[in-house]
Ligand binder design. Structure first.
Ligand code: SF4
Ligand code: SF4
Length: 404
């Protein structure tokens, strides 16, 4: 076996104490953890089941330290992983596990798979096996305070800007506070509205809380990368910050590993009990709700409001917009079509024809009027001639005649 493989396995097996040994011995292969792991859920690739991610390391433990290890080794029943296998497992250990602990939550045997993955990462990192980028980010956390370069000064600027921009009170570096709120740098840099939202909720609930530039970064890239020394520094910063303000509660924001890192491994890394309670933000919200400090609308009212919001903001407006866009497109198509051009030409011709017919009609009507006037004059003249003839005959002959 190569030196690297020996180093990694020596380190791993050396770290296996009573608790880890119990976990490595207790698996009943029920498969519950596989269904909990999002990597397996999405891909259905059996390599991504949590237990398979640990397989070579569990095998090394069985061949070296487990009960009857000697017998197993003598019978050739536990082949130790070589360097090629260790390198192949880098992807499974680092790239297909967020150390979220979902698998640990569902295991009926109480096996903390996420912690075992953490143990393997520690062994790999100690031998320099693992993603160089991740190790670099872990070092950056140690040097400047956060993996994304959020220094205490940047944190202060950010809080100032958010308080101003969103008109919300975001306490920072209070001298004393019951609750210390922490944050992940991805939220600080990319999703700062989540800081605003948390501040509004905590203020509304009347909580005595603060952020601290001494310890604000909840993510622990030491734990995530397996760099134990960095992990300890990150834990100590939060502990120091909480102790400085006398906080009895530390709240961890949304993050794949931050809660587990502080809640389940913090005390071990620190070497003493944590001087505060650790809550995940969702857990803390639930606590506030239970205590009546946070009153939520009833489920029915909330769902009705959401539905209405959905209709107004999404479904209805989306459909209306789509329909308007369709109508506008159709209108453009019709206006630019050859048929429309032909219709326009025909319409112009018809209009011209109508104009001509109207003019002709006016002329005919005028002509008719002239004719009527001439006729009436003629009739009147004939009538007067007739009267004159009748009068002359009467005068000359003394006889009354009537012309028809
Ligand atoms: S849920 Fe626990 S016992 Fe079941 S396969 Fe996974 S690790 Fe083993
Ligand atoms: S801790 Fe790792 S293996 Fe377990 S569910 Fe989360 S991602 Fe999957």
């Amino acid at each position: 076996m190569s030196n690297v493989a020996t180093e990694v396995l020596d380190h791993f097996v050396g770290q296996v104490g009573a608790q880890a040994a119990t976990w490595l011995q207790s698996c009943v292969h029920c498969g519950e953890c596989a269904e909990a792991c999002h990597f397996y859920e999405v891909t259905k690739d059996p390599r991504y089941t949590p237990t398979w991610k640990l397989e070579p390391f569990a095998r090394a433990y069985r061949s070296r330290k487990a009960p009857f290890a000697g017998v197993r080794k003598a019978l050739g029943l536990a082949k130790e992983p070589d360097e090629a296998e260790i390198n192949e497992w880098q992807e499974l250990i680092y790239d297909t596990c967020t150390m979220c602990g979902r698998c640990s939550m569902v295991c009926p045997m109480g096996i903390d798979i996420a912690s075992l993955v953490g143990l393997v990462r520690k062994s790999m990192a100690a031998s320099g096996v693992g993603p160089a980028d991740l190790f670099a980010v872990a070092e950056k956390s140690r040097e400047v305070g956060s993996p994304l370069g959020v220094t205490p000064e940047k944190m202060e600027d950010r809080i100032d800007w958010l308080s101003d921009e969103y008109e919300v009170d975001i306490p920072l570096n209070k001298e004393q506070a019951q609750v210390l709120l922490t944050i992940s740098s991805i939220e600080t840099m990319k999703y700062p509205q989540s800081i605003v939202a948390m501040a509004r909720v905590l203020n509304h609930a009347g909580i005595d809380w603060t952020f601290s530039t001494k310890g604000y970064e909840a993510t622990n890239f030491g734990v995530l990368s397996g760099k134990a020394d960095v992990a300890k520094v990150m834990i100590e910063r939060i502990v120091d910050a909480a102790e400085a303000v006398g906080a009895k509660t530390v709240v961890i924001p949304e993050c794949g590993h931050a809660y587990g890192a502080l809640r389940w491994t913090g005390a071990m890394m620190l070497g003493r009990a944590l001087p505060f309670e650790v809550f995940h933000i969702t857990e803390y919200m639930a606590k506030l709700k239970r205590e009546g400090k946070l009153k939520l609308k009833s489920d029915k009212a909330r769902k009705a409001k959401q539905k209405l919001h959905g209709i107004l903001e999404h479904e209805f407006l989306t459909k209306l917009y789509k329909r308007c866009a369709e109508v506008a497109t159709r209108e453009r198509q019709i206006l630019n079509s050859p048929k429309m051009e032909e219709t326009k030409r025909n319409l112009t011709e018809h209009q011209e024809q109508t104009r001509r017919l109207k003019a002709m009609r006016a002329r005919v009507e005028a002509h008719e009027a002239v004719k009527e006037r001439a006729y009436n004059e003629l009739v009147s003249r004939i009538s007067s001639h007739k009267n004159a003839i009748e009068k002359n005959v009467n005068n000359s002959l003394g006889k009354k005649v009537q012309m028809l």
